[in-house]
Design a protein around this ligand. Structure first.
Ligand code: NAI
Length: 251
């Protein structure tokens, strides 16, 4: 029997990187998989590129509470409930503290923290006993990495949310956990507004801190997300699973 047979899974940020690999992994295990797209153009691209993978692609920018509400209401109305909620959408940029401005701060906190707090709130009416919420943190929330102050702070907030929301939802039979990726080869590095040379330099610096001496793959993170989504992790609550080549604990 597949691990997620007929389970309804909503993955935010499902059209790229870790979210996309997880969507495929969940689909392979029998899930009905729904994702969001932040604007009409991305929605059309996602439908064109991954139309077979997703049962639905719904317009929702995770920084907009009303759009999160309509995303989950649409899923609830169509499927009745949500069994797996993978709140994975996120952005990551790195700047020295002197260069951080209001817009940079807001973009990170609105996407990475607001998107999760209100994502959970708006999905809650459709999360029933036995459902699983998975949040994506990052290895940087446990490390001091220069230039990551804003991003790392958002992910430390998400780690805290995995614990506090666990405590709040455990009696309703809803488990909350987090997956904490180390460096994973995804399109996120191309979105950092850095020159290729700077990206390469950063990658070399990061590699030096990874005991397994390589970047991870999105599929490796997806396997951890599958564990947390399925009944295999029935006794795991409020945990953060590191998929980081040993970076946080041995690095
Ligand atoms: P990615 O850039 O490939 O995917 C990010 C996804 O989030 C995309 O689908 C994007 O459209 C979506 N997204 C961003 N802002 C959005 C918004 N306002 N509304 C709706 N969707 C939005 O990046 P990747 O690497 O797959 O990242 C996924 C998660 O993993 C993020 O939370 C990231 O912070 C985290 N992470 C990634 C690491 C890496 O090395 N790739 C390391 C640690 C954490």
């Amino acid at each position: 029997m597949s691990k997620l047979e007929k389970k309804v899974a909503v993955i935010t940020g499902g059209n790229s990187g870790i979210g996309l690999a997880t969507a495929q992994t969940f689909k392979n295990e029998g899930a009905i998989v729904v994702t969001n797209a932040r604007n009409q153009q991305r929605l059309e691209e996602t439908q064109a590129d991954h139309g077979d993978l997703f049962d639905d692609v719904i317009l929702a920018d995770v920084t907009k509470v009303d759009q999160l509400e309509s995303l989950f209401n649409s899923v609830g109305e169509k499927y009745g409930q949500i069994d797996v909620l993978f709140l994975n959408a996120g952005i990551a940029k790195f700047l020295p503290i002197e260069h951080v401005d209001d817009g940079f701060y807001n973009a990170h906190f609105d996407t990475n923290v607001r998107g999760i707090i209100f994502g959970v709130q708006k999905a809650l009416p459709y999360l029933k006993e036995g459902s699983s919420i998975i949040l994506t943190t990052s290895v940087v929330n446990q490390m001091g990495m220069a230039n990551s102050s804003v991003y790392a702070a958002t992910k430390a907030a998400v780690r805290s949310l995995a614990q506090s929301l666990s405590a709040e939802l455990v009696d309703r039979g809803i488990r909350v956990n987090a997956v904490s990726p180390g460096p994973i080869e995804t399109p996120i590095f191309g979105k950092m507004e850095l020159e290729q040379e700077q990206i390469d330099e950063m990658a070399q610096g990061i590699l030096g801190k990874v005991p397994l001496k390589r970047f991870g793959t999105s599929e490796e993170v997806a396997k951890a997300a599958l564990f947390l989504a399925s009944n295999d992790s029935s006794f795991v609550v409020g945990a953060e699973i590191e998929v980081d080549g040993g970076m946080a604990t041995l690095g």
